[in-house]
Design a protein around this ligand. Structure first.
Ligand code: PAF
Length: 268
């Protein structure tokens, strides 16, 4: 497994590919089974697999959230070695953003709704860093989880709009046995908060599939106050605009204590 901290080292790895396919899983580290399922799929579908670990400062709209982001490079690398990943790209913030850096990618409409108003600048940070990662790693396919549905749609749109030569592969959300969607943020939940988080996931499922889905039902099922909820919305899977027509996606973001969690349910 090659560990590349510099962009130049990734470029020299690329020289060895000789036309073979490269799958790519971008991450911010703190790896869990959700990430590992993306890696497994990439390994099945490509000759080589690359993973990036970069806690991207520009996508955090709260400084403390960035500073407190859990990092464990040694554990992550051990897991990636076990999975027989070929390349790990582990750049520093300086390597990714030189002092003179001034270019941003913004996917306008799709970044506007759902999490958009609650995390100003977040999707611009994500699109920009993912565009950079694609240009550095130059993957054949890139793997993203459907848990971050809005992120997935933003990236798909960016790839189409900028004619990037990478195929985006959307992968199903991986869940704990109790139904909670896997996320690095889950480790911040206390035992009591975790019970609430599971209730949230179940409530989202129930409210999404009800004949008349709506916030009131969601709040009742989740046993949450309105103030804990950033949004509960039924949206068109392509435009992310509110709809009542199937297929739709019911998406929600809530605060469980100090942790913000998101999830979504696809209703065909
Ligand atoms: O989903 C994530 O972990 C991040 O948003 C990503 C795609 C790695 C970009 O920093």
């Amino acid at each position: 497994m090659l560990i590349a901290r510099k962009i130049a080292a990734v470029r020299s790895f690329w020289a060895h590919l000789r036309g073979k396919s490269l799958g790519f899983v971008p991450t911010m580290g703190d790896l869990h089974d959700g990430h590992l399922s993306l890696i497994c799929r990439s390994k099945r579908e490509n000759d080589f697999t690359a993973v990036s670990i970069f806690v991207n400062p520009t996508q955090f709209n709260q400084k403390n959230d960035f500073l407190n982001y859990h990092k464990d490079e040694r554990r992550d690398l051990a897991l990636l070695r076990q999975e027989k990943v070929d390349l790990v790209f582990l750049p520093s913030a300086k390597e990714m953003y030189k002092e003179s850096f001034q270019t941003e990618v913004n996917v306008n409409d799709l970044s506007r709704g759902l999490c958009g108003p609650y995390r100003p600048g977040h999707f611009k940070g994500v699109s920009t860093v993912v565009a950079k990662l694609f240009s550095i790693v130059r993957p054949t396919r890139a793997y993203f989880g459907m848990k971050d549905f809005q992120q997935l749609k933003v990236i798909e749109r960016m790839v189409q709009d900028l004619n990037l030569l990478v195929r985006i592969v959307a992968c199903p959300t991986v869940r704990e046995k109790d139904g909670l969607a896997m996320s690095s943020r889950n480790r911040r939940l206390s035992t009591q908060e975790r019970v609430h988080a599971v209730k949230f996931s179940r409530a989202l499922k129930v409210a999404a599939r009800a004949p008349k889905p709506g916030l009131a039902l969601f709040l009742k099922e989740a046993d949450l106050y309105k103030k804990d909820v950033d949004y509960f919305e039924i949206v068109d899977p392509q435009t992310l605009l509110p709809t009542r027509k199937k297929p739709y996606v019911a998406a929600a973001a809530v605060w469980i204590g100090k942790t913000r969690i998101i999830d979504n349910v696809w209703v065909p």
